[in-house]
Ligand binder design. Structure first.
Ligand code: DGL
Length: 281
């Protein structure tokens, strides 16, 4: 096996959302070694501008390159929607996003598709574009859900308030008789217990995390980068406080991760802004 096959796959998100992709990697590609980066100092990404996201993504990819990754999975819909196309050609390793794999999976399930996502992903229209390129007859409704990421990062999954907020976000989609709902933000899969309660059983739930890992496996095999040996332990890095991340993520990982902090340039803190719920036709 050559050195590049041995190299880790880089996975990043603003916070704990990308753990939904990491879990899929553990299940589908258990032999691969992973470096996970959470940009917790600049979270949430979902109400940032396109130029900010582009800058953050470039900084993360430069750092990933220094870690000698063989591939990067953007375990973040906001980055995939706003920056993937621009940065893909700027680096020498393959970079995968979650939107196309999610859109492909959704069109196989239904024609009336709802997308819950960050406001930035909803505004970008990236899911509608990807879905309608595959099936121009599919109808797509996108909802920006600014409150979810802060609630998840604060570990308020089972807080009754979170369920109330979820009901508010999905009601306009249910009123349009969606047959399929995409988790258009990697954090939202952590709310699965709530969605199972509030959605009719007829609505198909699509988690792009599972499908981006399928795409990664294909790409690794195609490029001769697939690793056959046992994985090394996942290395976790955060840009914010290294104590908070392990506390929240333990429930999804089944172990307490050892986390190191890394400082990327020009880290700015953001406020968790609330925005109006807006349905984008
Ligand atoms: N989990 C990310 C996404 O899929 C980022 C969410 C955020 O930080 O707002 O968009």
């Amino acid at each position: 096996m050559n050195n590049v096959q041995n190299s880790p796959i880089g996975v990043f998100d603003s916070g704990v959302g990308g753990l939904t992709v990491l879990r899929e990697l553990y299940q589908q590609l258990p032999q691969e070694s992973i470096i996970y980066f959470a940009d917790t100092a600049r979270l949430p990404y979902g109400n940032r501008s396109e130029s900010e996201i582009l800058r953050f993504v470039r900084e993360i990819l430069v750092w990933m390159n220094q870690q000698n990754v063989k591939m990067v999975i953007m375990a973040c819909n906001t980055s995939s929607a706003l920056a993937l196309e621009t940065v893909r050609s700027e680096f020498n390793f393959p970079i995968l996003g979650v939107i196309l794999p999610g859109a492909r999976a959704a069109v196989q399930q239904g024609q009336r598709i709802g997308v819950i996502s960050t406001p930035a992903t909803a505004k970008s229209g990236a899911y509608r574009q990807a879905i309608q390129e595959i099936n121009p007859d599919a109808q797509v409704w996108q909802i920006g859900c600014p409150e979810f990421v802060p609630l998840i990062e604060q570990n308020r999954i089972y807080d009754p308030y979170t369920k109330q907020v979820a009901l508010q976000y999905v009601s306009p989609l249910l009123a349009r008789n969606i047959d399929t709902l995409i988790y258009g933000c990697t954090h939202y899969r952590h709310l699965a217990p709530i969605f199972r309660e509030i959605l009719p059983s007829t609505v198909n739930l699509i988690d792009p995390a599972s499908f981006v890992v399928q795409a990664a496996e294909k790409e690794l095999k195609l490029m001769g980068l697939y690793r056959n040996y046992t994985a090394q332990a996942t290395r976790f890095y955060v840009s914010g406080c290294p104590k908070t991340f392990p506390k929240v993520s333990q429930q999804w990982l089944g172990y307490c991760p050892v986390v190191e902090s890394v400082s990327l340039p020009k880290i700015m803190r953001s406020s968790w802004a609330r925005e109006e719920t807006e349905i984008l036709e």
